[in-house]
Design a protein around this ligand. Sequence first.
Ligand code: BES
Ligand code: MN
Ligand code: ZN
Length: 511
Amino acid sequence: MKKLILLLLPLLFSAYSLAMPKVEFRDLKIEGQQQLVLFVADVTQLRGSAAQVDKLTEGRLSKAIKASGLKNDFGQHKTFYGLSPFSQITVVSGTDKLLSQAELQQLGGYAVSNFPANGQQAIALFSDDIKTDVAAPEAYIAMGAGMRDYHFDTYKKADAKTSPRWLILNAADNTAATLYQNDLRYVVEGIYLARDLASEPGKNIYPQTFVERVTAKFSGLKNVKVTVLNVKDMQKHNMGALMGVGLGSVHEPKLLVIEYNGTSKNTPPTALVGKGITFDTGGISIKPNDGMWAMKSDLSGAAAVAGTMLAVASRGENVNLVGLMPLAENMPAGNAIRPGDVLSTMQGTTIEIISTDAEGRLILADAVRYAQQQYKPGMLLNIATLTGSAARALSDEYAALITRDWDLSVKMMAVGKLSGEEVWPLPLHPNHFKQIKSEIADIKNSGAGNPGASIGAAVVATFVDEQLPWVHLDIAGVDWLDADIAVAPKGSQGWGVRFMDQLVRQQAKQL
Ligand code: BES
Ligand code: MN
Ligand code: ZN
């Protein structure tokens, strides 16, 4: 019976996963009764499809735009009802500048942000008045629309759930359709997976269920190998830091590893390592209640790694990639680790615990060590909701980026800009390593306090070979937002899927 339930669990969970909008690209005609979205470069001078629509409404659209005060301001948008023969017309302002991939995604997001939440909704999108040098721009518009049209309504009653929307984009040839259906939609799927995992209550997502839900998504994908290390395996590797963080929880820690070998060339893989704290109470160094519920999303780094792996493996990119997701729940309990305890790591070094709330760096310490020993990567990126300090410094706009090499930082800023997920560098100074010297162990897990994001990075850096190109992303500020943005409703952003996906694309080009 137990076995049967275990077998059924992945099925149950995959049924939970939320539907993406249906997307179609075709030579679309303007017809009455449609629900339209018109992207216009200049709201005072309608051209192309927008001009045609205006004509069919006998000029009432342009009058309505004027009366509404809609301005030429990128992303500003208004929805007009009752302009017969159309049931609903949304006008989204572009700009006369050339739009980037990320801006096209934003326009797609604005396009669907106004639509009623319930019922099956077919929307016709016309983008002939957009200026861009991006090939197949409609594919990026569809991607952004899909990203924005995410709803986490697993726990709502049936009639409060949102039915998936149906987007029809006006694109005469099939380049946009091909790019979207064979590639970009998998990125949206990866983002949905990451958001689902980060939105799910801690009661239902713990290391084992994280593993089940993610593993189910990879079944049937080519060139993928999934390995799960449990406590016994961790003992063999002496992963005292990862095991230590898991001690206070009734749920055992796990290390989920997904290998994707997409090229037969003998190139070393890139390793993506994501923090997967399925709930962070702070442990014995317990957090105050205020806002603690949001710590259900302390697995956002691991969720983004899972989402990226899914996108890359689904489209069959020509790269070798390995995703490592250390998973643990940080709880206070009689057998939890205490401040003052010393943990031994896979590297052989020891860590004195100053705060049990600085747990992310502990699980990363063993995971990055394992990544290097087992997979000899050519580059290692770790991504984590690591410090409140990074969130205070950079807020919602940038993830904190820390590397040992300025050139690499510059490259990562460019990747961020292109992907739509931006990063900004913070320092790593020799003094930050001095701050984590311990009286009784090799290092301690937190210093005097400031600068918190750099101290956290210094702990992780201690476990990364100095010659290895290493990128540290602290996403504590960006992974969860309190207000909607163009490409996401408030809540979990799935931050990192677009960034890491873009990095992988660049590496595939270089091979
Ligand atoms: N998961 C938190 C960081 C965090 C804070 C993420 C706010 C998202 C929003 C992390 O484990 C943590 O508790 N960090 C401490 C470190 C400190 C004890 C050295 C922090 O930033 O306060
Ligand atoms: Mn913590
Ligand atoms: Zn944490």
